[in-house]
Design a protein around this ligand. Structure first.
Ligand SMILES: Cc1cc2nc3c(=O)[nH]c(=O)nc-3n(C[C@H](O)[C@H](O)[C@H](O)COP(=O)(O)O)c2cc1C
Length: 406
């Protein structure tokens, strides 16, 4: 059974957290990845197929649209399926449908969007704690335990400490193995600073029930997570969503500038035949905001053309934001020159990155091999492939003593 303790994970994101984002996040050091929220009633109606060409497992709706897919050679033992539900029986049916292909099931109790709460799902469950706990108990006894896989849930804070702790105490007694708290209330937006005042009390409760605890909300980088570990101890876990939407390599102390990132991202999208509309949606989040390439990509309609343009722009060192790192802070896109980022790194101590264990974790993931097996759509790619191979053998360029803050 997977363990969520002391991990840095990719959060669930509708549209943005599809397979290519998850694979890149894993490549760059995410320990676990969450699927986007998928509604219980939807997954139940899907047909499960093995796509032999891509070696993925796909769940297709009646129009053969992919609702959920996974690439097990990389995601196995790392993938949490997030479910939206307001019904204990349907939740179990949905859980049983996918459990063989995932490593845990998470109940979304934090989404404040209309489509979720109007059906009693997401953050609406925070106001119906008995129903919330019944869904979790049912998932634990009928899906999790028989399959030896963990059930977890993701909540937001309530408006005061007592109510929040009372709810968490109840949730902790359902048999879940992990609690994620998005440290904002239901009414707060992502541009507002998360509230960390309740964390010490939440830790006491989750420790009492031996449940792991993931902090979520405005963690922008690997280094932000290290700061949380320094404050709350090694067992604490962190979840990154928006910053990883902008740059899925942000899990690494040595992330990619956006121009290199989009090349890798589009290679994966091309290989896995990701829906071009979804590719473009995510890509536009990753692009240098004011890059001249933005309108050019916006016009393209398929993965191959987007990949071709990404190859082209690698040569364009005149591009204003060439080799800038892009990440997100309180919903604002931030661009920083890689050189300045490295300078920042030198100003702070990063003890954990010095340890061999951390470095091993970053290098043992042989994703490049599968990237380099992608058949490139254009001819002049040999150099690019060599670059991948070179990078594979490279030690991560990690400063040994200092720590940045983004
Ligand atoms: C595009 C997008 C889609 C999201 N979809 C989900 C979702 O499916 N399930 C969920 O629990 N939270 C969802 N969230 C919320 C994030 O998982 C996370 O809780 C929130 O963005 C705060 O974390 P951050 O500050 O790291 O972004 C989404 C957020 C974004 C930006």
């Amino acid at each position: 059974m997977i363990n969520y303790q002391g991990k840095l994970v990719l959060g669930p994101m509708v549209r943005s957290g599809e397979l290519p984002t998850r694979l890149l996040a894993l490549k760059y050091g995410a320990d676990l990845v969450w699927s986007p929220e998928i509604i219980d009633k939807k997954i139940i109606t899907c047909k499960r197929v093995h796509n032999e060409k891509l070696n993925t497992i796909e769940y297709l709706d009646s129009h053969n649209k992919i609702i959920f897919n996974t690439y097990k050679p990389i995601e196995q033992s790392k993938l949490i399926f997030q479910m939206g539900s307001a019904n204990p029986e349907i939740a179990v049916e949905a859980g049983l449908k996918v459990i063989q292909d995932v490593d845990g099931i998470d109940l979304n109790c934090g989404c404040p969007k209309g489509f979720s709460v109007h059906a009693g799902m997401g953050a609406a469950l925070l106001s119906t704690p008995n129903l919330l706990c019944d869904i979790l108990k049912n998932l634990v006894s009928k899906v999790g335990e028989p399959n030896k896989k963990p059930i977890s849930c993701k909540i937001r804070l309530l408006s005061n400490l007592n109510d929040t702790l009372e709810l968490i105490d109840k949730i902790c007694q359902t048999g879940i193995k992990n609690l994620t708290v998005h440290c904002r209330t239901r009414d707060m937006r992502n541009r507002q600073d998360p509230i960390h005042d309740y964390i010490p009390e939440i830790i006491k409760l989750t420790d009492k029930y031996n449940i792991s605890f993931i902090i979520n909300g405005n963690i922008g980088s690997y280094f932000d997570y290290l700061k949380l570990k320094e404050k709350y101890g090694d067992k604490i876990s962190g979840m990154i969503a928006e910053s990883a939407e902008s740059n899925p390599s942000i899990f690494s102390p040595n992330p990619l500038p956006w121009n290199k990132l989009i090349l890798e991202f589009l290679t994966v999208c091309h290989k896995f035949n990701n829906h071009p509309a979804n590719t473009k949606y995510i890509l536009l989040n990753q692009l240098g905001t004011k890059s001249k390439y933005y309108p050019m990509f916006a016009k393209l309609k398929n993965n191959k053309d987007m990949l071709k343009l990404a190859y082209e722009l690698q040569k364009d060192e005149e591009e204003k934001f060439y080799n800038y790192l892009k990440y997100r802070h309180l919903q604002k896109d931030e661009m920083i020159k890689m050189d300045d980022y490295k300078q920042l790194l030198k100003e702070y101590e990063v003890k954990s990155v010095e340890s061999n264990e951390e470095l091993d974790k970053l290098t043992d993931f042989d994703f490049n091999e599968f990237v380099s097996t992608t058949k490139p759509p254009i001819t002049s790619t040999e150099n690019k492939e060599n670059e991948y191979k070179k990078r594979k053998n490279q030690e991560p360029d990690v400063p040994t003593t200092k720590k940045p803050t983004l």
